[in-house]
Ligand binder design. Structure first.
Ligand code: UDP
Length: 197
């Protein structure tokens, strides 16, 4: 797997189409592994310079794609170009289009109270056949976390979208990956706000 190193952050050298195929592949794997997908933008690459743990989380993810055109430009200047921008929002929309034709399910975690529910409704309208089987806002107290993870596991969605903003969502996914019974997790930043609008 070819990687492109941008000041210490290792991006997969892949196109949008290849990224979609990889994510779809994660959803059908028979093993117990929870795959993690990161879509760093330039801001996150900068934060990771000072936050060693964030850098480690990103670099140990299964798939790392460039959210911003700034990353693609930097890669070109550094002489190690990336095929194209693979924005998290676009990747998720493309995966929704594919997954809507399958049995695979999705859970939305994050956003202000009520937002994920509207986002789920909108996305199921936009992508007929899409199965968003649960949602939960991102403003729960720490003592609720265990219950929320239990709910997610009882539904066992194939894909979990976590929208707490970066890098909060990356830390959360990393901390809880081993407890989650999902095939893949992706940090989606403020995407639920966009999907609900
Ligand atoms: N959010 C959340 N829980 C928190 C803090 C933030 O669910 O404790 C949500 C917030 O409602 C918003 C998203 O995280 O939907 C952050 O969006 P932003 O655009 O700031 O994130 P970015 O896309 O820049 O990572």
């Amino acid at each position: 797997e070819k990687k492109v190193n941008i000041i210490g952050i290792k991006f997969n050298h892949i196109s949008m189409k290849q990224a979609i195929d990889l994510v779809m592949g994660y959803l059908v794997t028979a093993n117990e592994k929870t795959h993690m997908i990161c879509t760093p933008n330039p801001e996150i690459v900068m934060i990771a310079q000072k936050e060693g743990r964030l850098k480690e989380i990103i670099n140990s993810s299964d798939l790392v794609v460039p959210d911003g055109i700034g990353i693609v430009k930097a890669a070109k200047i550094l002489g190690n170009p990336l095929p194209e921008r693979v924005a998290g929002y676009d990747l998720v929309q493309n995966v929704f289009r594919k997954i809507s034709k399958t049995v695979h399910t999705v859970y939305f975690l994050g956003g202000a109270p009520g937002v994920a529910e509207i986002a789920a409704k909108n996305m199921m309208e936009k992508h007929p056949g899409l199965k968003v089987i649960g949602y939960q806002d991102g403003y729960f107290s720490q003592d609720k976390e265990k219950t929320i993870i239990e709910e997610i596991n009882s539904l066992s969605p194939d894909l979990l979208l976590v929208g707490f903003g970066a890098p909060k969502q990356e830390f959360w996914i990393s901390d809880n990956k081993n407890k989650l019974k999902v095939k893949a997790c992706i940090g989606v930043g403020g995407s639920f706000d966009v999907m609900s609008g």
